[in-house]
Ligand binder design. Structure first.
Ligand SMILES: NC(=O)c1ccc[n+]([C@@H]2O[C@H](COP(=O)([O-])OP(=O)(O)OC[C@H]3O[C@@H](n4cnc5c(N)ncnc54)[C@H](O)[C@@H]3O)[C@@H](O)[C@H]2O)c1
Length: 294
């Protein structure tokens, strides 16, 4: 690790949403080890408390905060409480997010709404509650939003997630531009992970199981790949925080994989090509084509 993150994030307060598990947990633990006071914000208060306790046990400073980011009143109360307590927030990472499997026309409307409320509205609610307070504090700050390679390229059988991540990517670019209009000292970063070990696919199948066999097989394969080949969350956090500390807008978990995803999108738009043929992905994952499909 270079000195960039160590210097920039040696003090101040960071709020990480969805920090009780997976990527958020890795980010919170790493920021705690650098010296920031970390607010471990999550809908699962008990697990947030356990993660905060681990950061404290390792010599850091952390507090848990129970919040459902899809509720604008809860998010507003969190921002008010945290700015009262800490005076300023130097880093907000909008990480909380959920997945969902299925063919677009088979998605339960309640699941579609819930996913958009967490993945998209949740980011907007945090921006609208934290950014004005960051501006009033007047000190340099950063908002980093978790997009995804799924916010750059479309992927079959997970349309609500992909749509939500394209929205987060767009929202992050718009926030960058809107803050530039007023010349605010607030950095904006789009964090684009490829595969980092987490519970995201298992949680999706637990909370919103799909009856579609192809979607089930794809999610089982993605879960397996995530466990076998996904990056360690702490190592990924170190790499991503380093880029955020250096002021990057684009922040990758895995430089080659993420760069490849961005290049593919650029090439698709440049050549006006249709989206990639999903049958290649199914073959790679060993998922048979549905009956009747050729
Ligand atoms: N894991 C990957 O490979 C990967 C790749 C690309 C992008 N991402 C993105 O990274 C982020 C974190 O994903 P993860 O893989 O660590 O998932 P995860 O399921 O392991 O963790 C998500 C956390 O968010 C919390 N959460 C869920 N709903 C919430 C709500 N309404 N309010 C507050 N907290 C809530 C959960 O309790 C959990 O602790 C997501 O935005 C995801 O889209 C993950």
């Amino acid at each position: 690790m270079s000195d960039v993150a160590r210097k920039r994030f040696a003090q101040g307060t960071a709020v990480v949403t969805g920090a009780a598990a997976g990527i958020g947990r890795g980010l919170a633990e790493h920021l705690g080890s650098l010296g920031m006071t970390v607010v471990v914000a999550d809908i699962d208060e008990a697990r947030a408390a356990a993660v905060a306790a681990e950061i404290v046990a390792a010599g850091g400073d952390a507090d848990p905060y129970g919040v459902d980011v899809s509720d604008p009143d809860e998010v507003e109360a969190m921002a008010a409480t945290l700015f009262d307590r800490h005076g300023s927030i130097e880093l907000l990472i909008n990480n909380a997010g959920v997945e969902s499997a299925g063919l677009l026309w088979e998605i339960d409307p309640a699941r579609w709404r819930r996913l958009m409320q967490i993945n998209v509205d949740g980011v907007f609610y945090c921006v609208r509650s934290f950014v004005p307070r960051m501006l009033a504090a007047g000190t340099p700050a950063c908002v980093a939003n978790l997009s995804s390679v799924g916010g750059i390229n479309t992927v079959a059988v997970q349309s609500p997630y992909i749509v939500s991540k394209f929205a987060v990517q767009a929202m992050t670019e718009c926030l960058h531009q809107d803050l530039a209009v007023i010349g605010a000292p607030i950095q904006v970063s789009a964090v684009v992970p490829h595969s980092i070990r987490s519970e995201i696919f298992r949680a999706a199948q637990r909370d919103a199981p799909t009856a579609n066999p192809t979607a089930n097989a794809v999610f089982a394969a993605m879960q397996r790949d995530n466990e076998e080949k996904g990056l360690d969350p702490l190592a990924a956090a170190e790499h991503m925080i380093e880029q955020i500390a250096g002021g990057a807008f684009w922040v990758f978990s895995d430089d080659a994989m993420c760069r490849g995803a961005v290049d593919r999108r650029g090439e698709q738009l440049r050549t006006l090509s249709p989206p990639a043929d999903p049958r290649a992905m199914l073959a790679r994952m060993g998922v048979p084509l549905p009956e009747g499909s050729s």
